[in-house]
Design a binder for this molecule. Structure first.
Ligand code: SF4
Length: 472
């Protein structure tokens, strides 16, 4: 029985209990959301190492990290390291998009070692097993999907919404079809003169998914690859089909989320999310970015995290990260880290803005540690503690600086928080309120003296020279 079927039967599963604990809500609320298709718990019955999580707009915004090899870079150990990096830096789910060699071994190892749901795109493996994409058969596709379900994959991107009748709608596009799955299926349909096999075999795929409780991630094969193509007829025609397929999956007892763009101007992001929610009856929206400008290759974790924040604010449930390598090359571990940081910031910012229970407490705790000059606590609470500590310690590495009432940003004499605190301690704020014009030079205060850099570390009481970029 899938989580959806159990929820509809009124059964609270162990996974629902665990999710409720993680989300600090009631198991009954989780059950209701799953039963209504408003949330999914991607949890293949054979994924033993999984710690269940939930994706839905009523829960914390989730972040997915894509990893995987390519023909150019292929190595099982390297992929497991990427998985570890992704989970370490906070990925809520991980998609294995491998297209190189050892696909089965990498997939099985990922499932075996991952505490988070693993997603795949089966069309990639199908392509690897034939000479030409047009040679893919319906049987081969179902065979690949069934095998990956048996291997414990929790959710699969199925580009079933790309229909033959949609293809001419992409003719005038600036960047054509940019989804790998979408372009492969378009080629298959053109060359075989037949409808998308993932569409015609959708119910057969449902039969496989129901046995293992694999969740659909309905792919957006016609997503825009540039601002110019956002919200065009092709994209929305596919979205209408995704709405139809969402209802078909639900009718078959299968959980569904729906994938979204891509590249979208900032002012159209919310409108796109609202449209998906309307067309797909509230099925969780899983968005890639979107990038809100096309001009910054090398910085697309930033261009897309801006759009992702707006999307999550408008109701998107999961954000697929984009790394600085987007459009340029396969991400390595440091790119995974940077992409995840950008997306966890996006997800958390949206959760704060949406008033998600408990989200804001994190910000407040960090601010308190910051104002108290409790550097260790500040590092511990930071989104990326290692990065925060290493940046701080580049200029003030000594242990004694972990209690200092300044850092090298403003330096001891100009630390505004220290000046502010001294002023309050000396009663200056009260004096200002009562109109007194007496002032104390905060840099001369006893507190400032105590927190000057110790002799021997930087050789003086001024800003450490390293902070200004000089050689010591
Ligand atoms: S020196 Fe500036 S940046 Fe550093 S703690 Fe003080 S106010 Fe903050």
């Amino acid at each position: 029985m899938t989580q959806l079927q159990a929820a509809r039967n009124g059964t609270v599963t162990e996974a629902m209990e665990r999710v409720a604990e993680r989300e600090r809500t009631s198991a009954e609320f989780v059950r209701e959301q799953v039963a209504d298709g408003q949330a999914v718990i991607p949890a293949n019955v054979d994924h033993d190492s999984l710690d269940p999580m939930i994706i839905g707009r009523e829960f914390g915004t989730k972040v997915n990290a894509n990893i995987g090899n390519s023909e150019e870079t292929s190595d099982l150990e390297g992929e497991l390291e990427k998985l570890h990096t992704a989970v370490h830096y906070g990925a809520d789910t991980v998609m294995d998009l491998s297209t190189g060699s050892d696909l089965d071994a990498i997939r099985e190892a990922n499932v075996e070692h991952s505490p988070v749901p693993i997603g795949t795109v089966p069309i990639y493996e199908a392509v690897k097993r034939v000479d030409e994409p047009a040679d893919i058969t319906h049987e081969l596709l179902l065979d690949v999907i069934a095998k990956q379900a048996r291997q414990g994959v929790d959710y699969m991107t199925i580009h079933a919404g790309v229909r033959m009748e949609h293809l001419p709608l992409t003719d005038g596009r600036k960047t054509g079809i940019v989804s790998r799955g979408g372009s492969i299926l378009a080629q298959w349909m053109e060359e075989n003169g037949m409808e998308n096999p993932l569409y015609t075999k959708f119910e057969a795929i449902c039969d496989i998914f129901v046995d293992y409780d694999v969740t659909f991630s309905l792919g957006d094969g016609l997503r825009p690859g540039s601002l110019a193509d956002a919200g065009d007829e092709a994209q929305y025609a596919e979205l209408d089909t995704l709405g139809e397929l969402t209802r078909t999956a639900w009718d078959n007892g299968v959980q569904v989320m729906v994938e979204g763009p891509g590249h979208v101007p900032m002012d159209e992001v919310a409108e796109q999310v609202e449209r998906q929610q309307r067309v797909c009856d509230g099925a969780p929206f899983y968005v890639l970015g979107p990038l809100v400008t096309d001009i910054a290759p090398g910085y697309d974790h930033i261009t897309s995290a801006i759009g992702a924040t707006e999307a999550a604010r408008a109701g998107a449930a999961m954000l697929c990260y984009v790394t600085p390598k987007e459009h340029l090359g396969l991400p390595e571990q440091e790119d995974v880290r940077d992409g995840l940081a950008a997306y966890r910031i996006a997800a958390h910012s949206a959760d704060v803005a949406n008033g998600r229970d408990g989200a804001r407490a994190w910000d407040d705790a960090l601010s308190e540690a910051r104002y108290a000059f409790d550097w260790r606590e500040q590092f511990d609470l930071a989104l990326d503690p290692e990065r925060a500590k290493s940046y701080h310690d580049q200029t003030l590495p000594g242990d004694n600086y972990k209690e200092a009432r300044f850092c090298s940003m403003c330096g001891v004499d100009f630390c505004s928080m220290r000046i502010d605190q001294d002023a309050r301690e000396d009663g200056e704020m009260t004096d200002i309120e009562t109109g007194s014009d007496e002032r104390t030079d905060a840099g001369d205060s006893a507190a400032a003296e105590v927190n000057r850099p110790p002799v021997g570390t930087h050789g003086g009481a001024s800003v450490p020279s390293g902070a200004l970029g000089d050689d010591e």
